[in-house]
Design a protein around this ligand. Structure first.
Ligand code: CA
Length: 225
């Protein structure tokens, strides 16, 4: 079953929020709404958001600050809403990694059309979702629960191999063969060492989970849910 994309709206003007949320829902999107910029990142880190509509003038900080912090860890599509139709805002917004921009007052239908276009473009990129993981094969990076993982080359290769078939057990020899193809020196203990450091990185992001499973005498698999 296809999940409908979920749009997070960060907007403090309730009249605007209401019309935007209404238009998005009428088009079949799931929506969430928050008022403070400071709430945006904690919410995004919990995952499940496909696109952010971000007001620039928020009560506690600017939408640009929120976008800058978001971009440090995520490539999620962002559409800015701004009250000032200045070119400066536009440039600032796009330089900060916002994907699009709408000046108030705007037509909610136009905004929804842009949301649709952005999501389509994002889907056609190389990012593949595997439960809590998102694999950006082209950029050699993997996101876990909304965070980009900071991994060494072989940690990345190892995780990437495990994520090709979630749940399937790969032996140490298979992992060595696939992830350490070009390594000068490696042994099955190399795999264990990298699994250990990778586990620590995953646990640092989500202490409640331990997605890499050890199968005694067989090898490793990964749970993505
Ligand atoms: Ca505002």
């Amino acid at each position: 079953m296809q999940r409908m994309p979920t749009i997070l709206l960060v907007e403090d003007e309730h009249a605007i929020a209401d019309t935007v949320l209404y238009a998005l829902r009428a088009d079949g999107y799931a929506t969430e709404h928050i008022v403070l910029g400071g709430e945006a990142l904690p919410r995004l880190r919990r995952g499940g958001i496909d696109l952010v509509i971000l007001d620039v003038g928020l009560p506690d900080c600017s939408g640009f600050d929120v976008c800058r912090a978001l971009r440090a860890e995520s490539a999620l599509p962002v559409i800015f809403l701004t009250a000032r139709d200045a070119e400066l805002d536009r440039v600032l917004g796009l330089e900060l990694g916002g994907d699009d921009y709408m000046a108030k007052p705007f037509s909610p239908r136009e905004l929804v059309a842009r949301v649709r276009a952005r999501l389509r473009r994002h889907d056609s990129s190389e990012v593949q979702r595997r439960g809590r993981f998102e694999v950006d094969a082209a950029a050699h990076r993997i996101r876990y629960g909304g965070h980009w993982l900071d991994m060494t080359r072989y940690e990345h290769a190892l995780l990437h191999e495990l994520l090709r078939r979630p749940g399937a057990i790969l032996s140490r020899a298979q992992l060595l063969d696939r992830a350490w193809q070009d390594a000068m020196e490696s042994s099955e203990r190399t795999v264990d060492t990298h699994v250990k450091t990778l586990r620590a990185k995953l646990r640092a992001l989500d202490p409640a989970r331990d997605p890499i499973r050890t199968h005694r005498g067989l090898g490793y698999s990964i749970d993505v849910d």
